[in-house]
Ligand binder design. Sequence first.
Ligand code: ADP
Ligand code: MG
Length: 416
Amino acid sequence: MIKDVLLNVLIILIPLVSFQLAVPHTYNEKKWFNPTVLFAIINGFSLFLCITFPVEMKEGYFFDFRAIPLAMSFLYGSYLVGFTTFGLYFIYRIFIIGTTGIFFGIVVSLAIILFCLLTYKAFHHGKLRKKIFLVIKMSLIIFLLKLARCAFNWHNWQMNAHDLSLMVLYLAVMIAAFALIIILVENYRNQQNKQMEQADKINSVGQLAASITHEVRNPMTVARGFMQIFQSEEYIPDDKKIFLNMMIQEIDRAQAIITDYLSIVKQDGLKIEQLNIKELIDSLGSVMNPFALLKGVELHYNTDQDLYIIGDQGKLKQVLMNIIKNAIEATPQGGQVTLSTIEYKNEVSIHIKDTGIGMTKEQLKKLGDPYFSTKPSGTGLGLTASYRIVEEMNGKINVESEPDIGTTFKLTFPKA
Ligand code: ADP
Ligand code: MG
């Protein structure tokens, strides 16, 4: 019997866990993927397994945990999910099992549905403890219904102390399984919420940065203007003018960096224009070279040819900076990161090659999944955004990687 009980707990757990694994992919907004429908189908499937593999408490007398997937689809899904799951159950119950004992089955199901609908608000506004308390209540109602049915002697089953203790055991297992699932789902949801908040924070920080850089640029322009005026003054000796020159150059450099950052955080739609890949990569130097220097990594450029593609300059810069930054971060001190542009038939490729730590096959598979990051303070969003942007520009990203040898990101776009 314990084996059966464990099997049932697994049956209820597996679909829920797989649903949780499936959810992050909705981030990609694939159109064919509808989490609501998936949730209903998974719950229906779980219900189906619960009914098919019930726990035999006593010869000819079975218990199962069908209440759990049914309740879950109402509590965590919507009316649609709930009633779809219930419909699937109904069809299965009538057409496959037959109508014996259906009355009682429907009564229990309706009791569960009613309970879920009545407590829905309390359930979702309550803390974890309240939720568990509510499912205990629900389990008790189911238990009492079953007890009442036995009292009516439906199957000519004489209740004795042993049977009663079996029933209580069933109740205990049901509560434990219910609580376990609620805890797992809640834990997962909390984590997701935290990650979403984090992503939101990054987004708003980006927007703030855009406005701040704007404010910083104006006074810099004024200062630069005055320096230029001083430069043309005759009473300032030439050996001092050298310093003025240096100041102007440094301000120009700071402005270039700000411009690059601005182009990243600006959130406009896709601006389609002809882009010179070589110029674009060279312009990233002002931001990427200092970062490479800081990490002790050499940054090489193999970009002599002028190559053109069609795309959004700001967004492509964002993509390249993400990927180059990842490459530099993955490379230990003294390593190299090489940027090359290659022309092949009707396509233009940008290769970002590093001599870094590389990735395993498993890591490669997860690349681009939201929140996949191996860094302590990583967001795992950089590549997700990059893949999306490149796709929007009709390009593709291929990655080759060997652990301890290095990684090459190949971005390919149609030639303009
Ligand atoms: P983050 O940089 O915040 O971790 P990304 O989406 O930019 O998020 O990258 C996701 C993960 O992909 C990284 O944490 C890292 O494990 C892996 N990765 C990306 N580029 C490289 C690379 N060049 N070498 C090794 N691992 C990489
Ligand atoms: Mg990154």
